[in-house]
Design a binder for this molecule. Sequence first.
Ligand code: HXC
Length: 541
Amino acid sequence: MKTDVGTQATPGKTTPPCRGATGTDNEHETLIAELQARREKIRQGGGTRRIEAQHAKGKLTAHERIIHLLDEGSFQQIDAYITHRHSDFGMDEQRHPGDSVIVGFGKINGRRICLYAQDFTVLGGSFSEVQGQKVAKAMDLALQAGVPIIGLNDSVGARIQEGVYSLAAYGDLFWHNTQASGVIPQISVMLGSCAGGSVYSPALTDFVIMTQHTSHMFITGPEVIKTVTREEVDLETLGGAATHSRVSGVAHFAADNEDQALDLTRRLLSYLPANNAEPPPAIPPTDNPARMDPDLNSIVPIKPNQAYDMKTVIHKIFDLDSFLEVHENFAPNAVVGFARLHGQVVGVVAQQPAVLAGVIDIDASDKMSRFIRFCDAFNIPLITFVDSPGFMPGVAQEHSGIIRHGAKIVYAYAEATVPKLSVVTRKAYGGAYVVMSSKHIRTDLTFAWPTAEIAVMGAEGAVNILYRKQLEETQNPEADRAQLIESFREKFAKPYTSAASGHIDDILIPAETRPRLIAALELLRDKQATLPPKKHGIMPV
Ligand code: HXC
């Protein structure tokens, strides 16, 4: 059972006070009692009634969330006494020490972090001028110390009573988020209905974790939507965890409840370095590096149109129980997540043949490219498993910009300087071969399984294009077609042609993939690679 929050906890015995010129025991005790009373008031936030209302909604208070998240007794609060400076609309009667956010620093699994927790019991956690100042201070400290920043978000958005002061504070927060991007990990945990400005900052951070049913994210709520577009939608459908973790992709994780969301935050951090100058945290290996799972040898069906589960492949290759999937339910035709290989953190990117045959569509492009860029920014090696028939055909995808969205994947891989390894398990057709960590965009070592098919397109499509006229004129088109497909397959539906030309570095017996990847990763541990000097590239967003 964790106890109260860090420095805000009532201290035990105090040092015996000096006498004489520095005062009496009594005077010192009075001063300390006053401080204790102030600390207690701060802990009460917006008061008992609002705390009860918060609990009734199935939500913890900001204090309780911090206690759950951090290592026991590690929280150090700052700016607990600051109050807002506004008087209009009765605000002079609504001053709470600390205002609507708690900020400070502490430890998670012994590692340092900075955090802020919006206090919904104080004016709905609304973003005020001083909330902005406090959060900016925590972010500056995090940047200077080189440690992650975690936001526990529960805010109605801009504080209406403060007008442009609130909007300016948001602008300052977004500036801070942008400065910190790629320097320290930024995690947003959404724990209430967050509206307006309070969803933009999370969108600028690296990971968004939502809770089912008690958190929501939207720019404008159901009422405004009804007025403007006449659409009727409830809060959950509009911006609940299911919507954002499956449909919009705004949320990377959807937890069942607050406890689970905070535990997940602790787990996520265990894969991340404190900043971009550090390697990710390795742990002593717990799994046999030579382990070869024979099931892998037959996991890919011989028939090219039969599905299999790429997640099973991932679980069998990486350290036992080490895979933390990111964006699990968004674009499930692609799979991304963190794992450990012989104790080292790696980023895994893969297609999922069990969903839409692993085709690459717009959402999968966004999902993979974003994850690749995160890993590259934070020195996390990338291991890619390829099985995709290519980019998703169709008018809707073309008109929605599959060209520029798909280009993000190749941009992200080509820009990434971390160690890069790839394994083609089955189909690597056309664009899917090129963009999915191919040799030519500087993947360090490329492997294939004997089931790999590396070609411009599938055998049937290729024969239909190349031999259409010939087959129209032949006596026995179906038999001829079958024969052509077979000879096409013989040449391209095996990886030896690609290995013979050096485009693939080696063909692996699937079971030996784990030890071979461990050896490759070890070789590349101190890889040095740089990009040409530039201010920044122009990512095809
Ligand atoms: C100040 C606010 C407030 C606001 C609500 N409150 N919104 N105070 N500024 N923007 C106060 C309420 O008066 C109430 O005070 C307390 O916060 C809790 O609000 P409730 O409505 O009682 O809570 P709940 O029923 O849980 O509903 C939560 C909600 C709803 C769904 C989020 O409050 C809501 O729809 N609010 C409007 C959200 C919104 O449109 N925000 C956008 C702001 S514009 P008491 O005293 O009773 O506890 C914006 C633009 C920034 O953010 C752009 C930057 C780029």
